[in-house]
Ligand binder design. Structure first.
Ligand SMILES: [Zn+2]
Length: 214
């Protein structure tokens, strides 16, 4: 694909599935870096230098039957990368050890809550201080929202929408994927919230965008 030649884009775009659009945009230098906040990341990617060293020390301790080292605390430093994923193990402030099934809904409900987004933006600013500082992006960005990120009706109604509205307002473009299959699965199979639907989530999101950009 060559983005100066529309024909190559039209020919290639049908061959792309799922997240391949994003990977292709990086390969074509249309997009420089990607930051992902999702419910699948149990740890940062790439791993910070601190956690890498910690993991090595844990292995050594286990092999030599020595006491385990203490896990380091944030902030961490990170190697350079094009795709970053932010750890999202449980809701911010949950101190249950280990996290269990009761953690799930509160974690979902924090999806775009200020405590959650501030926490993730802080980690992203540690990952790339040249791109994000003081929880603000210093470069132009596209905000891509998948509706299946929202597992409950409550999850798209933050009590404090300030950071969510900032991210919306400051973006160049917003893209939205309905992900209808997954939204239906969350409501009907997993029964996280049977009232949730693509229509409800889309209406709520468009309303947020309208208010944020007024
Ligand atoms: Zn928890």
């Amino acid at each position: 694909m060559n983005y100066n030649d529309i024909r190559t884009i039209e020919e290639g775009i049908h061959k792309l599935k799922n997240d391949e659009h994003i990977k292709t945009a990086i390969d074509l230098d249309i997009v420089g870096k990607i930051f992902i906040i999702s419910y699948t990341a149990s740890e940062d990617s790439p791993l910070s230098y601190e956690i890498r060293n910690y993991n090595i020390e844990v292995q050594k301790a286990l092999m030599n039957k020595l006491p385990l080292p203490e896990k380091p605390n944030r902030p961490f430093t990170y190697p350079n990368a094009k795709i970053y994923m932010v750890e999202n193990l449980c809701s911010v402030g949950c101190d249950k050890k280990p996290h269990d099934d009761d953690c799930e809904i509160p974690h979902f409900n924090q999806a775009v809550e200020s405590v959650m987004l501030d926490d993730k933006l802080d980690i992203i600013s540690n990952m790339t201080p040249q791109i994000v500082s003081n929880r603000k992006f210093k470069q132009k960005y596209i905000l891509d929202i998948d509706l299946d990120y929202f597992h409950t009706c409550r999850s798209i109604q933050p009590t404090d929408s300030t950071p969510f509205y900032d991210i919306i307002k400051n973006s160049e473009t917003i893209t939205i994927s309905k992900e209808e299959e997954f939204v239906l699965e969350w409501a009907n199979t997993y029964k996280y919230d049977e009232k949730s639907s693509v229509e409800y989530l889309m209406d709520s999101l468009l309303n947020h965008i309208k208010i944020a950009t007024m």
